[in-house]
Write a protein that binds this ligand. Structure first.
Ligand SMILES: NC(=O)c1ccc[n+]([C@@H]2O[C@H](COP(=O)([O-])OP(=O)(O)OC[C@H]3O[C@@H](n4cnc5c(N)ncnc54)[C@H](OP(=O)(O)O)[C@@H]3O)[C@@H](O)[C@H]2O)c1
Length: 323
């Protein structure tokens, strides 16, 4: 198929491009900065410069495309707000897809989006799900929870670095999935008519609390963690304060996410039927233990190599020069 991947430079988007190319699809990527996306071209994808917030850039990117996989979302450092990118941008993209008479659209939402109307990104995701359902497109909505890749910066690196690990509120358990596994569902959906006009949870094998993840990281790294707990009340005050300033809107919207993580309602779902519909094997899904074990094994090996190199350099310096 001729595919357009939007958000292709992102954590998930790049895995979708990789998977789609491996499965023999022709992949075009809508990218804001072709320079930043050079690696996608090296993999064999075509780049098309554009921005979902600039509707005029969309028709050329959609020319000749049979299906769109949308994994775009506002970056924390984006100058545009979540509302501008995740709502205005997505509405423009869906309308452009409809005008281009492309039928198939795969959209990434977030699990339980409808349960958090006070959290801006959740509310926007839920509204987009509804907009898509009424668009007339053959859509598939995939709803992940946490990405395992996000746990490296949040837990693994601070623990290895002997820095504080920040845990929000009461630590709601969350199911995490490797984006490599999530990408399989996005690409497979294109082949399976039963996935059309349907919504599926795409979550990990089980939900993990922050304390469980910390313990796992401690065991795998052999280092104790310094845990700093941020009470929800403090996060709410900071959120209100930064939302007074325009530069703080994105920060405030992200802090609102703490409400989800501190809600006490586990973010997880049963996926038995989903694996059946997609014809994928649950046993092939990476578990959190396996993912983190692999990360720590590789990092410890790298640190040993660096230590060995440093030792070698030191010895060289100590050896007197022989003529
Ligand atoms: N991260 C999570 O834990 C999580 C959990 C559940 C669901 N999701 C959903 O999964 C999807 C992928 O998330 P992610 O974490 O992989 O995203 P990400 O790493 O933050 O990447 C976002 C992508 O969107 C692109 N983008 C942003 N604004 C754009 C615009 N105006 N026009 C075109 N492209 C634009 C970015 O391009 P640039 O490289 O140019 O910035 C980047 O490729 C999103 O829909 C997200 O809401 C994420």
């Amino acid at each position: 198929m001729n595919l357009l991947v939007v958000g292709a430079t992102g954590t998930l988007g790049r895995q979708i491009v990789r998977r789609a190319l491996d499965e023999g699809h022709q992949v075009r990527c809508l990218v804001r900065s072709p320079r930043k996306a050079a690696f996608l071209k090296e993999w064999g994808a075509e780049l098309c410069q554009g921005d979902i917030c600039k509707p005029k850039t969309l028709p050329p990117a959609l020319n000749g495309v049979e299906a769109v996989i949308d994994a775009a979302t506002a970056r924390a450092r984006d100058s545009s707000s979540i509302r501008k990118i995740d709502w205005d941008g997505k509405v423009a993209l869906i309308q452009a897809v409809r005008s281009a008479e492309i039928e198939r659209y795969i959209f990434f939402s977030i699990l339980n989006a409808e349960k958090f109307p006070d959290v801006p990104l959740m509310d926007i995701k839920h509204c987009t799900e509804r907009f898509l359902a009424e668009s007339g497109l053959k859509y598939t909505i995939l709803r992940p929870c946490g990405f395992m890749q996000g746990l490296i910066g949040q837990y693994a690196i601070p623990i290895l670095d002997n820095q504080a690990v920040w845990v929000a509120g009461e630590s709601t358990p969350v199911a995490y999935m490797d984006t490599i596994d999530i990408a399989k569902f996005a690409v497979r959906a294109l082949e399976i008519p039963e996935t059309e006009n349907q919504t599926f949870p795409i979550v990990g094998t089980r939900a993990w609390s922050a304390d469980e993840i910390v313990r796992l990281c401690e065991n795998l790294s052999g280092q104790p963690a310094k845990i700093s707990r941020l009470p929800l009340g403090i996060l709410r005050v900071v959120r209100k304060f930064v939302s007074f300033f325009q530069w703080g809107w994105n920060v405030a919207d992200r802090l609102a996410f703490a409400e989800v993580l501190a809600s006490g309602k586990p973010l997880a779902a049963n996926m038995t039927e989903v694996y059946e519909v997609f014809g994928l094997d649950a046993k092939e899904t990476t578990t959190l233990e396996a993912y983190l074990q692999d990360y720590f094994r590789r990092i410890v090996k790298k640190l040993r190599e660096i230590g060995y190199e440093k030792e070698k350099q030191k010895k060289k310096k100590k050896t007197p020069f022989k003529s």
